[in-house]
Ligand binder design. Sequence first.
Ligand SMILES: [Zn+2]
Length: 305
Amino acid sequence: MIIAIDVGGTKISAALMDNGQIIEQRKVESIIHSDLVNLPEHLVKLCQGWIEKSEYAAIACTGQVGSEHVNFLSAKKKLPLKSQLEAGFNMPVFLLNDAASAAWAEYCFIKNNKTNSMTEYTDKAGETLVYITVSTGIGGGIIQNGQLVTSGDGFCAHLGHTSVQHIAQHSIPCHCGRVNCAEAIASGTAIAKQASVLINKTVNCKEVFQQYADLPEIAELINQCTSAITDLIANIKATTGTNNIILGGSVGSAPLFFEQVTKKVAQLPEIYQLTVRAPQCGADADLIGAYYYAKHINNHSIQRK
Ligand SMILES: [Zn+2]
């Protein structure tokens, strides 16, 4: 059995998994903004009773996730999470960015679509798939020719920090230090911020879509955001050559947003044409992806020995 954990900004979800199935699951509020230094102890405690039954732990985590460290960007703190958890769990630990985990889950799902089941995908030839999540922030995961794109310090496939066109020619600063990153224009946080100025009232992103989407100024804001995401998708196409884009996240999956993006992608010049799909793996995609990716890496390292 394997322990899989999804460490997000608002929730932490842990599961005991076997054969791709969740046997037991526990969910708690996240502590990364309140008590980050105690995160390793917190996760070990959350998995009590499972540790002795498990071979290793697969962690999907928010932030800049390297092979050893996680830089929690919103909390502005870096932890050596791999060594801390290996000491706490007393077993091997695999770290992966949460959006990269979801990308791997979607990839396994698509590759096994013929059998309509989620099993580990082992064809080395592989294909290319890019997952974009537009939610509080914008994250991503890239699978290029069957391999998940990773880097030592974890700053890769952070698609939200790809700069894109702003169709009204505005220049919006991003918290990363650049301007007009996709995240600065079209993330849930950015939409709420811009909408609050436009209607002179503090609103969150959910309210923008549910209550104000028909106002002309809000409709134009959403239009600018979906154009920014379309531009991001065109950049991804030119970089990876992918024919599979999965657009998810609470904003990306909102019907109005998703439909505008797919319509605009269909109007791109022919060489940029690709299919934009909705995610298929549901709320536990991060857990499932981390589970399968850790299994994939573990199998490869055993084969090399
Ligand atoms: Zn940025």
